[in-house]
Design a binder for this molecule. Structure first.
Ligand SMILES: Nc1ncnc2c1ncn2[C@@H]1O[C@H](COP(=O)(O)OP(=O)(O)OP(=O)(O)O)[C@@H](O)[C@H]1O
Length: 456
């Protein structure tokens, strides 16, 4: 698809000249004569590149002030300044303020095209790197200001510098792997590798080779296993309960002896690896049922860490949403958006059985679904999928509109009040003071109301 370029210059001849050169090369070009027209054009659709004149006569903002304004909102959008004779110094100062490049008048077609190509390529690479970083977990932060998250962060600070083995427990999608990566990144091993071995995705017969590697044998090349790959770093054993019992016995031997043989090999391999393991299941039960070796559990779980379900820390939801909105917008080159209050209330009250992963997926989906809308409009609850929106508040949907119509006002109101207050209390994790503040009632009055409705 042709790149969308915005050309801003107060002189019509220059605008047309630049637009013509770029259009001849197949770019899609829009033009603007002053700051108002520029901001309106960006509001209509974020361009991929802007050529911006430094002197803009008759404009509310001059080129430099406009540069600041645009960068405050779209800091990844490349801007190439157009400088007149004798104001190279200003162009250089524009670069210090975040412009990508500058070109000088009189304009030369080849210099203009080169600047466009470079700026577009630079922003493409930047997005790619950012998205790779996100995928590899580099750069990712552990977001959340709830008491449990602060406690978790404190624990991470304490255990990271040690070499102790850690067992992270928590439901699927709650952030166990992210906690493990954070510990690795804060440890003395941060420059070493962080290797993930996910037992749930490896068949039992391949597990040993995946973990210990194998020696070459006829028809098979030698392979390096996760333990060896993680030398000098951290090995994250995801879902330890899915590991075959035989492999568990072998891991135990490695932990005791600090060395192992590759599959089919006789030579001892010595590695220096910190092991962090995780489980979404209740490991005591797994031990009782005979699926996890108790001796291995004790070895791996020198420091146990619990990551709570998202439903137990709903106050983190707005911060997480904001973080994922920013992250997705940057990765996908979309404008930043905000979430409307109605959508926020629904998202905060939802139970999130898939935890943070499910919330993140929904935020990404929302941004993509609304990408053609006005970037300044808050995203409303209408764009949420039914299964999320239907949970709260149930009101007429769950109670049944027709059913309500058959009731006297007093009974219908009671049903509404019960559903509404249940949803709000849930949203604020049972905190009556915060719910009272939000719904606009005195705390004591809300208490009485909850009692009357049989909620408290
Ligand atoms: N507190 C958080 N702040 C920011 N992002 C988070 C947080 N918790 C989880 N995430 C993100 O949510 C997604 C799921 O997290 P992660 O893979 O760490 O969960 P998990 O508990 O290891 O899941 P599973 O048990 O399914 O392996 C990841 O993209 C992760 O970066």
């Amino acid at each position: 698809m042709a790149s969308d370029i915005l050309v801003v210059d107060d002189e019509i001849d220059i605008r047309n000249l630049i637009a013509g050169i770029l259009e001849d090369e197949g770019y899609e070009v829009r033009t603007a004569a002053d700051s108002d027209e520029t901001l309106a054009a960006i509001g209509a659709r974020r361009p991929q590149l802007i050529f911006l004149d430094i002197w803009l006569q008759g404009s509310k903002l001059d080129g430099l002030a406009l540069l600041d304004t645009i960068r405050a909102q779209h800091n990844a959008l490349p801007i190439v300044m157009i400088s007149g004779h004798g104001n190279i110094e200003t162009a250089v100062s524009a670069i210090k303020r975040g412009a990508y490049d500058y070109i000088e008048k009189p304009l030369k077609a080849d210099r203009l095209l080169l600047a466009a190509e470079r700026a577009l390529e630079h922003s493409r690479l930047r997005r790619e790197v950012e998205s790779l970083r996100t995928k590899t977990g580099e750069h990712q932060e552990l977001i959340g200001g709830s008491a449990v998250m602060n406690q978790l962060r404190n624990t991470i600070e304490k255990v990271s510098p040690t070499n102790s083995r850690i067992m992270i427990m928590g439901p699927s999608g709650s952030g166990k792997e992210l906690v493990a990566r954070t510990i690795h990144n804060k440890s003395a091993r941060a420059d070493g590798p962080f290797v993930v071995l996910n037992s749930a995705t490896i068949t039992p017969d391949r597990m040993e080779v995946a973990l210990f590697g194998s020696e070459a044998r006829p028809g098979h090349e030698a392979s390096v296993g996760a333990l060896e790959e993680a030398h000098g770093g951290t090995l994250y054993l995801d879902e330890i309960g899915d590991m075959p019992l035989e492999t568990q016995a072998r891991i135990l031997r490695v932990l005791v002896a600090q060395e192992f043989n590759r599959v089919g090999g006789t030579q001892k391999v010595k590695v220096n690896v910190r092991i962090i393991s995780s489980s979404a299941r209740d490991l005591q039960e797994e031990i009782t049922e005979g699926r996890v070796r108790e001796d291995l559990f004790h070895r791996l779980s020198v420091v146990p860490i619990r990551v709570p379900a998202l439903a137990q820390r709903r106050e983190d939801v707005p911060m997480l949403i904001d973080y994922f909105l920013r992250q997705t917008a940057e990765n996908q080159g979309l404008p930043r958006r905000i979430i409307g209050e109605d959508a926020m209330a629904v998202l905060q009250a939802h139970d999130w059985p898939g935890n943070v992963r499910q919330l993140k997926n929904n935020v990404e989906r929302l941004l993509i679904l609304t990408r053609d809308g006005d970037a300044n409009d808050p995203i409303s609850a209408d764009f949420l999928p039914n299964e999320i929106g239907a949970i709260v508040p149930p009101l007429s949907s769950q109670t049944g509109g027709e059913h309500i119509m058959a009731l006297p006002l007093r009974d219908a109101r009671e049903i509404f009040e019960r559903d509404y207050l249940k949803a709000q209390i849930n949203r604020f994790s049972g905190n009556v003071s915060r719910t009272a503040e939000f719904v606009g009632m005195e705390r004591s009055a809300l208490h009485r109301k909850l009692k009357t409705l049989g909620i408290a």
